[in-house]
Design a protein. Structure first.
Length: 328
């Protein structure tokens, strides 16, 4: 087993594609995931063709404003960008919890009553009628006491996705927990013995409500954010250097992408002008380069792509190819 040499990397990036459900509300929270993640090699007895690596993925959420904003659910999906390495374990697992500690003492009482009677009617000469009634009643009370488990709510759910090559994690807020802060998800993968580095996709979705001045003025929102993180063996210096090279090229491309950030049409216009349409196309194209599963997109560059974007995009694709082809 290789000696464990932790690599601490503080380079973070935020490559986000934001969308909202219902009324457009904008960003309600900021996400972040480390750009480089170390993978620890784990010894597994009896495995001759594959190795097992352990990867920890911290996902951070910063709520932009707390007044009127209620974060309800966070969904995280972690899977390989182009590889098909199987997940053999993940954490946290599904968790149920209750606000009540221990069991609930329940007391039930049941009351029943019974009535018995005899009715008699007769008619005699010179008498109009005679009737009589005899009744007796009783009440029976029963009581029982027992302990009952409290109702539990779902706090965390997790499972496999992408045919077992990834995992999802769903976190829900409660009176005892919050979605703001860092959520650490951990995965173990089966990889070929020649594996040294790869690219992980981390997709995040946040759901919540925005409350207005009245109880009726409530709008639901959904915010989506995507990340690509480089994963490398902890003691592999060359893999780390190539990972840093990839992150540098990606940050340059993302910085250029911000110049073409999409804007919604104003209230007075229903269509984009030609310059804004071009900016939106460049914005989307930069995003496709970052999240592409293959390098074919670089071979089909539109003629209108600016020269600086073209150079940075090629640097990114070259670094990505070197990473994915790195073997032991």
């Amino acid at each position: 087993m290789r000696p464990f040499q932790p690599v601490f990397v503080f380079v973070l990036f935020s490559a986000a594609a934001i969308s909202t459900g219902g009324q457009v509300l904008g960003q309600q929270a900021l996400f972040d995931v480390p750009a480089i993640l170390p993978a620890v090699l784990i010894d597994v007895v009896g495995s001759n063709s594959t190795d097992t690596i352990h990867v920890e993925v911290p996902v951070s959420i910063l709520q932009k404003q707390s007044k009127g904003i209620e974060l309800e659910e966070l969904f995280i999906a972690v899977y390989w960008s182009s590889e098909a390495n199987l997940v053999c374990d993940f954490s946290p697992k599904t968790i149920l919890a209750s606000e009540i500690e221990g069991t609930i003492l329940v007391q039930q009482q049941q009351e029943s009553s019974t009535t018995a009677g005899i009715d008699a009617n007769g008619k005699y000469s010179n008498v109009i009628g005679v009737s009589g009634k005899l009744q007796s009643s009783g009440t029976k009370r029963e009581s029982q006491t027992f302990h009952r488990l409290p109702h539990q709510e779902l706090l965390t759910a997790s499972g496999f996705i992408k045919r077992g090559t990834g995992a999802y994690f769903k976190f829900r807020a409660s009176s005892q927990t919050t979605l703001e802060g860092t959520h650490l998800v951990m995965l173990s993968f089966k990889v070929p013995k020649s594996w040294r580095a790869g690219l992980l996709r981390v997709d995040c979705q946040l759901k919540g409500k925005r409350r207005g001045y009245t109880s009726l003025d409530t709008t639901e929102f959904t915010q989506n954010t995507e990340f690509v993180s480089v994963v490398h063996l902890t003691d592999d210096i060359l893999a780390y250097e190539l990972a840093s090279k990839y992150v540098d090229a990606e940050n340059q491309l993302l910085a250029i992408q911000k110049q073409f950030r999409s804007k919604t049409p104003s209230m007075l216009t229903s269509t984009f002008d030609s310059s804004q349409k071009r900016a939106n196309e460049l914005f989307n194209w930069c995003r496709q380069i970052v999240y592409a599963n293959s390098d074919q997109i670089i071979k089909d560059l539109p003629d209108e792509i600016p020269g600086n974007v073209r150079v940075v995009a090629k640097d990114l694709v070259t670094a990505r190819t070197q990473l994915t082809q790195l073997t032991r």
